[in-house]
Design a protein. Structure first.
Length: 496
């Protein structure tokens, strides 16, 4: 049944999407076995154009996401083949579902698989060696960036909901993103076969030996290899991505020296581009098509003349464009934070929400993670209110909290939340960030919250809340300890 499902769906697509026989061009779909690195069999849906001659055709390779198989992109692949004449290979990543091998967490074999699929596509799917693109969502996106750093044949990349720094994504500021890690581990066990690296990393995580996991991150992080990437790179991520938050993306984007495009929009992990992968109308996948068209086919569609940074405010509004991520911030306001002291280890109603669910609600229904600020326990959280914004404005950039802190315990985790709060004290979460502190001495902490573009309505104010427990993350805070904040603390708010 597992083998027949891709064929069944491919047949349905051919019936639904293929034009009448007298109309040309069209496309054909085949379920193939492709030898990956070391000969490991990888299962693929190969979509090739028909009615356009024998090729060669520009080739696009799409590795599947973590826990998903080759069906993931078949709708988008059919559109790319039929509408634009691409030969497209959507394959199941090593160690998952119908492909053989074990999950190596984007290790050397998984990255090399991309090149082996390219080899096969050039030999067996009429691919053009001068016009090769790779792309994907999540795990497929990270593989694509890593492959582009290793294989100079790749001319264009589209990486959606990607990671660029694995350590920063899942262990931000020495704080475990527990919900994200548990979700990835569960999906790996349910849909695949974890290899030694993943098994050892999970064992270390379960035993709270987080430092033992970090060494696997640099070689598996595109940020480590950014100088080797010569392909044109398009990245699309969501503001509320609970697996791969946007700060690691904006830093990586700034370091890229190639043709590049960044799209940040409302949603959570993989939600902004979800329907486009199935072939349905989607803004992100429209840009994917335009990106490949320009960089692989030489189509003068204007994408190279548009500002490279395209952002859509997280709480609604049209796309805005900038020549760089830094240019999204026109000015900054600084809010002084008064001295305070809180008890640690107690939860409050200030929370960052639930991975995937909260960001999807924000992206699809414009329902933010909310809070009633008058009900926040002031004994367990510091609450600082900024001035009323008498005219509408936009938080645009990366907010920074400078906190002078004195924890009483050997380890303490702080969670900073920035809210837009109305006259009734009801707040909508704009952005947040954790940090884990070691030691009891007084120190200054510069905490960059996650990047945001958020429209603030006239009459509302910004409120910063800091507490010590959040269900999304693993906390090191000790119940009964305390944290003091000095009067020389401040919040710097970027405005558009």
């Amino acid at each position: 049944m597992r083998r027949s499902l891709p064929l069944l769906l491919a047949a349905l697509l051919a019936v639904v999407l293929t034009p009448p026989a007298q109309a040309a061009p069209g496309f054909a779909v085949a379920y193939e076995t492709i030898p990956g690195q070391g000969g490991t069999p990888l299962k693929a849906l190969v979509v090739t154009p028909t009615g356009r001659g024998s090729g060669p055709f520009p080739l696009i390779v799409l590795p599947s996401s973590w826990g998903v198989n080759n069906i993931e992109y078949v709708g988008a692949a059919a559109k790319l083949a039929y509408e634009s004449g691409y030969s497209v290979i959507s394959y199941t990543s090593r160690g998952f579902h119908d492909s053989a091998g074990e999950i190596d967490v984007a290790g050397p074999d998984t990255v090399a698989d991309v090149s082996r699929v390219i080899d096969w596509g050039l030999a067996r799917a009429a691919g053009d060696p001068a016009r090769i693109g790779v792309g994907g969502i999540s795990y497929g996106a990270g593989q694509s960036l890593l492959a582009a750093a290793a294989d100079p044949r790749i001319k264009a990349v589209t990486a959606l909901s990607t990671w660029t720094d694995l350590g920063r994504s899942l262990y931000p500021n020495e704080t475990v993103s527990a919900q994200a890690v548990e979700l990835l581990l569960a999906a790996g066990h349910l849909t695949g076969r974890p290899g030694p690296v993943l098994r050892e990393a999970e064992a270390a995580y379960r035993e709270h030996r987080f430092a033992d996991v970090l060494p696997i991150s640099p070689p598996r992080s595109p940020a480590t290899h950014v100088s080797s990437i010569k392909a044109a790179v398009m990245i699309g991520n969501a503001w509320n991505d609970g697996l791969f938050p946007p700060s690691q993306i904006t830093d990586f984007f700034g370091a890229l020296s190639t043709s590049k495009r960044l799209m940040l929009s409302p949603g959570d992990h993989a939600t902004a581009e979800l329907f486009g992968a199935a072939g349905l109308p989607n803004e992100i996948w429209t840009s994917v098509g335009r990106w490949f068209d320009h960089h692989l086919k030489g189509v003068d569609n204007g994408i190279n003349r548009e500002n490279p940074v395209q952002v859509k405010p997280n709480n609604g509004g049209a796309w805005r464009s900038y020549p760089s991520w830094a240019a999204a911030t026109a000015r900054t306001d600084t809010v002084a934070l008064t001295a305070d002291r809180i008890g640690a280890g107690w939860p409050t109603i200030a929370e960052s929400g639930t991975v995937i669910v909260s960001g999807a609600l924000q992206g699809f229904l414009d329902i933010p993670v909310g809070v009633s600020t008058p009900l926040i326990d002031r004994g367990a959280a510091a609450v600082w209110r900024g001035p009323v914004q008498w005219t509408s404005t936009t938080v645009s950039g990366t907010p920074r909290a400078h906190l002078t802190v004195t924890p009483s315990a050997a380890k303490t985790t702080l969670y900073a939340y920035l809210y837009e709060v109305n006259v009734f004290g009801l707040g909508a979460l704009i952005t947040h960030k954790p940090v884990t502190l070691t030691g009891t001495g007084t120190r200054a902490v510069d905490l960059d919250l996650e990047p945001a573009v958020w429209n603030v309505s006239a009459g509302n104010r910004l409120v910063l809340v800091v507490d010590t427990v959040d269900a999304r993350y693993g906390s090191s805070s000790t119940l009964g300890s305390s944290v003091a904040f000095g009067a020389d603390s401040w919040l710097k708010v970027p405005l558009g």
